[in-house]
Write a protein that binds this ligand. Sequence first.
Ligand code: DC
Length: 201
Amino acid sequence: MLVIAIDGPAGAGKSTVGRALAERLGLQYLDTGAMYRAMTFAVQQRGIPEGDLAEVAAVAPDVVIELDPVTGTVLVDGVDATRQIRSREVTAAVSQIAANQAVRTELVGRQRAWVAERGGAVVEGRDIGSVVFPDAPLKLFITASPRIRAERRVAEIGGDVDEVEASIIERDRKDSTREASPLTELDDAVTVDTSGMSVDE
Ligand code: DC
């Protein structure tokens, strides 16, 4: 089973590079961030406060998440939520849901099963090389400066670059300092700083 693990902070180019790599190698592609976003959306739909650890833990196993690796469509409880999982509301709350250990345990199990069913994949997230697939033969840490990441996001979806940069720095801080599987740069990962690079590079 060939697994390529891609970790790194928000907006560094993991998805762009990961999708291209998967296509070139004929592998499936799994965006685990989309699963944490889908879980966040489901919690909000149920009217549960994101900080209610026990209640969130209780519903996590019941939330049905379906990812279509080809179209990128994300179904949450059978309903298309592809656009909603990228909303400002979900983005602002996802770090809190991702810090919930019960949610992580649930989703890590699903991620391993998803990849095993397909015989391998390029898998993108924050804890892929450290927790989900620690034996992956290739681990990439894809990063870029916060400013560059903010500029790319603004070019894509608009907004104020200073505000976007501030929110990116804040989400990085939460994702790297949390107790449960924080984002870290592993010794056995190859680091690629995409700041001055084109996609092909
Ligand atoms: O990659 P993304 O920005 O769509 O991820 C959304 C959030 O989910 C991110 O702030 C951190 C969290 N996440 C995580 O904790 N572990 C993963 N494997 C993937 C994402």
